[in-house]
Design a protein around this ligand. Structure first.
Ligand code: ATP
Ligand code: MG
Length: 258
């Protein structure tokens, strides 16, 4: 379980997160929507201690990230896979070596070669050919790098996954592949996920619940059908396009009669 408790964070006197209270339940996939620059990435970074709260806390399996020792933080990081918004791969290493860093988990007990078969399987899950293993991130397209970032995040078989815009920049087929992977990991392995996304299809496809971060607070958090029916006009602004697609006789149906 991941619990945000009154989390505050600002930069240079400008508040970004203004009291986040949110519980991500065991085994749940929570989709997080919100305007650009509202603090979604900042929120995720607190879960693994990449940023320190100004006030409040995040608890991962009951461990306070604000007060964690280095050893506790290392243990939490081993349990949490992170798909960074910009993939964040090491450019000087091959894809195989990038994956190995997660597969070996910094323990130095496995060689790159012994991880290769498993690495090929990881790449298969994100629709990439084995040949990609011997390339460097700079030789790949943005969408391919993104998918290597996903493969790396799942390489250590984490109990938790933080996905920062996992389908942004992917073509529709690969976006679907990643959506399906998120659902599979949740259903088959019981992985608990937070999925930050601007993609309403992804949010509604993968989310057991959908939360909206707005002006530094969680404005709404509920099941997809209840979010769609929310009376809050701010929530409606975010899901309107989805409503138009879903609701018979909604705006899109009116635009395309017959
Ligand atoms: N390390 C940092 N130092 C200073 N300001 C930061 C830092 N990280 C984030 N910010 C600021 O915090 C705000 C929220 O940033 P964040 O990256 O979390 O937005 P976001 O919701 O993820 O946006 P997007 O949807 O565009 O990715 C922005 O104004 C950003 O400039
Ligand atoms: Mg972001």
């Amino acid at each position: 379980m991941i619990e945000f408790r009154g989390l505050y964070k600002g930069f240079g006197g400008r508040p970004v997160l203004r009291g986040i209270d949110l519980v991500v339940r065991e085994g749940e996939t929570l989709a997080l929507l919100g305007p650009s620059g509202t603090g979604k990435s900042v929120l995720l970074k607190h879960v693994v201690g990449l940023l320190e709260p100004d006030a409040g806390d995040v608890l991962v399996d009951g461990v306070s990230i604000a007060r964690a020792t280095d050893e506790e933080l290392r243990r939490v990081r081993r349990r949490v896979g992170y798909v960074f918004q910009n993939a964040a791969l090491f450019d000087s290493l091959t894809v195989a070596e990038n994956l190995w860093l997660a597969q070996d988990d910094g323990r130095g007990s496995r060689s790159v070669a012994s991880c290769r078969a498993e690495a090929i399987e990881l790449l298969r899950r994100v629709n990439l050919e084995p040949a990609v293993l011997d390339q460097r991130p700079g030789e790949l397209s943005g969408g391919m790098r993104k998918r290597v970032g996903v493969a790396r995040a799942i390489a250590s078989r984490p109990a938790y996954l933080l996905w920062d815009e996992p389908t942004t920049g992917l073509d529709p087929v690969n976006a679907d592949t990643v959506d399906e992977l998120i659902v599979e990991l949740g259903q088959e392995l019981g992985v608990t996920s937070i999925v930050v996304t601007h993609d309403l299809d992804t949010a509604f496809e993968v989310g057991d619940r959908i939360a909206l971060l707005y002006e530094g607070r969680i404005r709404a958090c509920d099941t997809p059908p209840r979010i769609l029916e929310s009376p809050d006009p701010i929530v409606q602004r975010f899901v309107r396009r989805r409503r138009a697609a879903d609701v018979p006789g909604g705006p899109s149906a009116a635009a395309f009669p017959g």
